[in-house]
Structures are given as C-alpha cells and as structure tokens.
Design a protein around this ligand. Sequence first.
Ligand code: ARG
Ligand code: ZN
Length: 469
Amino acid sequence: MVNRARSRVLTLAALIALTAACTGSSVQGRPGASGLRDPYFPKAGNGGYQVEHYELDLDYDPEDGRLDATAVVTARAEQGLSSFNLDLSGLEVEGVRVQGAGARFNRTGNELTVRPAEDLAKGEVFRAEVDYAGTPKPVVDPDGSHEGWITTGDGAVAVGEPVGSMGWFPGNHHPSDKALYDITLTVPKGYEAVSNGELRSRTDTGDGRTEFTWHSPEPMASYLVTAAVGKFRVTTGRTPSGVSVYEAVAPEESAAAAPVLARLPEVVEWGGRRFGPYPFSTAGSIVLPQDSLEYALETQTKPVYPGAPDEETLVHELAHQWFGNSVTPRSWQDMWLNEGFATYAEWLWSEDHGGLSAQRRSEAFLAGDASVDAQARPGWDAFPPAAPPGPDHVSDPPVYYRGAMVLQKVRQEVGDEAFFALLRGWAAEHRHGNAATADFTAYAERATGRDLGRIWDVWLHGAGRPPRT
Ligand code: ARG
Ligand code: ZN
C-alpha cells in the first residue's frame, strides 16, 4: 500500500509537471547575455541561444533610401530564457512576435531586448519575427571604415565585417554563430538585387517592383551576408567542376572587370586543388560602382568589389571562401586565420603562375624591400598577428602580411608536401565550422608531427620584429 500510494503521488507530480511544461508556466527562464565577450567586440552577438536560420524579407527603395523589412530568426534556446537580445543598430522596430505571440521589446544602444509572452525552455527551437523599417545608417568601425548598409551611385550594398550587419538586420552578430539564410529583396523594376547563394526566383510583383529570392544552403557567419541593389549587368556561367557562377557588375565597370572576372572559374579550380573542394554550391562577384566602398569584402559566395578588381584581389577574396567563410574565426582575435591565409593564397597564386615565390616575397618583407612587394614597408611587423592591440587594429597589415609569413615559416620547416596537405587538411577539418588560433597550432603540429612551438612563439605571438633567419 505504501508503495502504491507513493507511486500515485509520483504520478500526480509528474502529471502536474507535464501540464505545467505544456502551458509553459513551469519554465523559469533568465535573461540571455547581451554579448558573447569577444575579446575585441564584447557586445557583439548574444548569449543563451544559437540561430539556425534567418529569413530576411527586405523591401528597398533606392530613390528614397528607405528599407521596410521583416526578419524571422529561428533559434534554439541554450538555457531557459525570460528574455534574449538581438543586435540591431538604428532603424525603427515596429513589432516583435515570438512563437506567433506579440512580445515586448526595448532598445538600448545596439541591443534589442525581446521579452516573449512566455519563457522559452532550454533546448526549445523558437521563431522570433521582427518588423522594422527606416533609413539605415552606416556603422562606423573602430578603425574608421564604414560598414552596414552603404548607399552607392545607383543603389546600396550591405557589408558586415566585423560588426556592420547589425546596421541592416537584427541578429546574433558574432562569427561564432553561423546559420542558414533565405533572403528576399524587393526593389523597383529596373534594379537588380543580389545576395549570397542561389537565385531561387525573380518575379515581377505587378506593382512596378521585382522580387528576388536568394537561398544559402551552407552555414554563414552574419558578417558575410550581403545584399546589393543597383543597375547591374548580370552574367551567369559554371566552373569546369560545375559550381554555378553569378556575376553582377556595375555597367561602367564591366569593360575593366571582364578580363579579371573571366579568370574566376580558373581561380576556383586552382583553389580546389590547393585547398580542397570549393565549399559552396555557387560562386560569383558583385562589382560596385568605383569607390562606393573603402575595401573589397569576401561576402559569402559573392565577394563585393568597389570597382573592377585586380587579379590579386580576386584571388584574395575567393581564397576567403575556404579561409574565413567555410573555416570561420571563433572570435575577432582569430582574424589572421582569415587574412593571413587569404594573403598567402595571393602569394601562392603568383608562385603557381610564374611570379614571385612565397619564399621570395617573405624575404622581401623581412628586408623591407618595397621594390619587390609594395606592402613590404615598415608596419607589417608592428604587432603579432594573433594579438592585435585593439579592435581598431584587427584589419591592420600585420594580420595580413605577418600572418602570411607565419604560413611560409611553417612551409619552410615542414616542406611542401606536408605543408600543402596541412592547408587542405585544415580546410577539411573545420569545413563550415569555426576555429580559433589554438585549434590551428594544435592541428598543424598533429598533422605534420612536428613541434612548431618556436614559430608560434616568435611569429604568431611574439612582440617585436621577428629575426631575419
Ligand atoms: N576582409 C576584407 C578583406 O581583406 C577587408 C575588410 C576591411 N574592413 C575593415 N573594417 N577595415 O578582404
Ligand atoms: Zn581579406
């Protein structure tokens, strides 16, 4: 009897718990963190959830610069959540729904805090819909460059490295949270609207507008998401190994861009041999009117260029598809894993096509011989690539050039065969994932069976100019 009574009590307790769980009233959430404590951008990203998918629906009018949008963020709660944050800069939030129910929200700085009607349970997959609108303003980076939604001669382009994406859509804007994307862009007839991945449809809506839907089947960090609106000339094709290519080029740039973009399939194939299979189903380029941006960016599958690129820049941004876009830094401290590798790819392309060898170029940097490489000037060695002195330095020359020299040092040490196996192995090991500097150093030693500690100490982490040996 005693046992039976006890088991009945338990059953009753279980029933109550189950009922409570179903109505949500038993979930005791707490607020998700307002930042991920990135060493350089502590408020970037948010804690308590991981995004699985973004659906962005943007209506843009280049004539008045107004954006009218809805973002549907599907995420998994990693803790019970009474509230969670999204990063958003500027614009006006008109309404937020979570799991279909109206949610309260408030904004401070670049943080949009959402308080769902009911707390979210740990492990729960939830859907947050944000309606927002306004005239987006560029985000000014600590290094003074402009990101976010940038107006161009005849349209606009969105670029997000490192923290510009909050200027045009609410999200978990840190590279460690990669997600899938479906992006719909509606623009006045006569304009093209381009984004990452595959063009799924292009429809006249009947009211003088055209709707473009873009699908990204592979995970993407939010700083690599782009949208470009303009009067582009569009051409499509395929690489020899079957990757589809979409080129959108500002008409006034098309003559200068044509011979360079004609080499894109060849660069993608070359990358496939040097770094392993191209990580995405599509490739391409967005060539903007000259000077509409301060830099080129490796936006996923379709890098953006401020005017016709030269061959080195094309190679650099395409190399980022492996190093940066597929293998993505865990934090902004790991930027050299992007830029050192993409710069090294330029050196390698040159070496493989009858130009300077990477060794010769490395030596030119050490000698400060700008007649060999114009970048080999004082400054490349100002700080160790794995430790930029602040968020305003994560895109400085040492991250690029001294980062590339780290790789050349490893190559010198282990020989060509082991080195190229290492490059391919690294890209394969973290394909579509995230990796930190310590992951790379550990992987390199494991893959080559060598102690490379001195190279890391001197070249990657050490202050002062590395010795000329
Ligand atoms: N990652 C870009 C490239 O090297 C450069 C981005 C520069 N951004 C900046 N905020 N400084 O291709
Ligand atoms: Zn780069």
